[in-house]
Design a protein around this ligand. Structure first.
Ligand code: SF4
Ligand code: SF4
Length: 425
């Protein structure tokens, strides 16, 4: 049967042959990595469906929203406040950047020793394979690491309407003032783009919508504390990844539904792996779709992943925005308060992150931590040394991994990870 979405992709300007190749790889990896797992919760059927339609139905929904007058905003970072985007009558989508694509063309614009995530964001644009990017009315870049902020100077000439948000690098009073000023500028820009002013009423509603989404993920995370683990780390990561694409209300309902099922499983002591399986926490760089290499290796090597200290995970979702404000001013302050707590490694110094990793290891009863650093990612690789020292001092075994999106190192990683898991037993 002909694919019903071909004309939609064509109209978005995608390179159909390249896009087909991407979907084939994505589909095959998904089948091999996810659908082969044993004892999956039934509720994962929803996420399987979302993934099968990630370039189809969800894009159609976004284009329908556009026809009805909403704007689509693409983002590469969890510092882009979804509350404000929604309140200005726009929809926020994460631009995933989790696979290598069109690398030859990318390396004509960026140095080879750029992290895979940044290269991927360029590859999806140059290869014309991302319908989210092509649907976006505005793409938000942020001045986080040096790699990203310099790359955006080049990306600006490749995408329509790139908006660059400045971000503080220090958690100081001045840093907070900068974040507030930048969120105000962002709100004004969105209002000009959509023609819709953010009101106290709309912002109150959207703060609640985004908090509900986060609360559902908090509930899911909390259920992963059980032994045997009621859901695999692969599936929990997938839910955290879908957080960035799905319709917010539908996502919240679907995650809560799976949580109901996980509660029943816990009561029946039913898990995805046997009780006493070594438990691992992953900490470090974000793992965007379809970057499933590390969790797949870990969970096929005899351990279960019980948490992600990551922007696609608890670093990105952990705090709620205070809901009590009644004016736009009070709610903007609450939004700034919430995001200013994100402990990305671009901040210096960044002791909160180490404290959070220790806290997570304890809360999720992790036997060890795997620090996941992308090659050439200076912030996270630099931070991995003090993090490892601090964890080892607390007798939490830690393994530092440095990798990229390629599959060449799978064998070597597996050997190291198996040895680490053996040590945890
Ligand atoms: S790791 Fe830092 S730069 Fe990357 S998404 Fe998270 S907050 Fe943004
Ligand atoms: S992984 Fe590291 S280098 Fe790459 S974009 Fe994120 S913070 Fe920057």
């Amino acid at each position: 049967m002909d694919n019903p979405y071909v004309s939609m992709w064509q109209e978005l300007g995608l390179d159909l042959a390249a896009h087909d190749a991407l979907l084939n790889v994505l589909g095959k990896t998904y089948t091999d990595f996810f659908l082969t797992q044993k004892n999956r919760p039934d509720g994962m059927g929803y996420f399987d469906f979302v993934m099968s339609e990630v370039h189809g139905l969800r894009i159609k929904e976004l284009l329908d929203e556009k026809s009805a007058g909403r704007k689509i905003i693409g983002s590469y970072c969890v510092f882009v406040p979804e509350e404000i985007v929604l309140a200005a009558n726009a929809t926020l989508v994460g631009l995933c950047s989790g696979a290598d694509f069109a690398m030859e063309a990318v390396e004509r614009l960026l140095p080879r020793n750029t992290c895979a995530l940044i290269k991927s964001s360029f590859g999806f644009k140059l290869g014309k394979v991302c319908p989210y990017l092509e649907s976006a009315d505005m793409v938000v870049g942020e001045n986080t690491c040096d790699g990203k902020k310099k790359a955006y100077e080049t990306l600006g000439s490749l995408v329509n309407n790139l908006y660059v948000m400045d971000l503080p690098q220090v958690k100081s009073e001045q840093g907070r003032v900068l974040l507030r000023a930048e969120y105000d500028r962002f709100k004004t820009t969105l209002e000009a783009l959509t023609g819709v002013a953010v009101t106290a009423e709309s912002l109150k509603t959207t703060i609640r919508t985004v908090n509900a989404k986060r609360a559902a993920i908090h509930r899911l995370s909390s259920l992963r504390k059980a032994d045997p683990a009621p859901i695999s780390g692969m599936d929990a990561l997938l839910a955290n990844q879908v957080f960035f694409y799905d319709n917010p209300e539908r996502f919240t309902t679907s995650v809560n539904k799976i949580c109901d099922e996980l509660e029943r499983r816990i009561a029946e002591e039913k898990g995805v792996f046997p009780a006493k399986t070594p438990r691992v926490l992953i900490s470090g760089c974000p793992q965007a779709v379809p970057n499933w290499k590390l969790p797949y290796i870990v969970e096929t090597s005899g351990a279960v992943i019980v948490g992600e200290e990551s922007c696609v995970g608890e670093r990105g979702t952990r705090n709620l925005t205070e809901e009590t404000g009644d004016t736009v001013e009070a709610m903007m302050e609450a939004v700034v308060d919430r995001y200013f707590k994100v402990d990305c490694a671009i901040f210096t110094p960044n002791p909160e992150r180490t404290a959070h990793i220790e806290e997570m290891a304890k809360d999720y009863n992790a036997d060890g931590v795997i620090h996941y650093g992308l090659q050439f990612c200076q912030p996270y690789l630099m931070e991995s040394f003090p993090v490892e020292r601090a964890l080892e001092e607390k007798n939490i075994p830690t393994l530092r991994i440095e990798t990229d999106y390629g599959m060449e190192d799978v064998g070597q990683l597996k050997t190291r990870i198996e040895a680490f898991i053996e040590q945890l037993r």
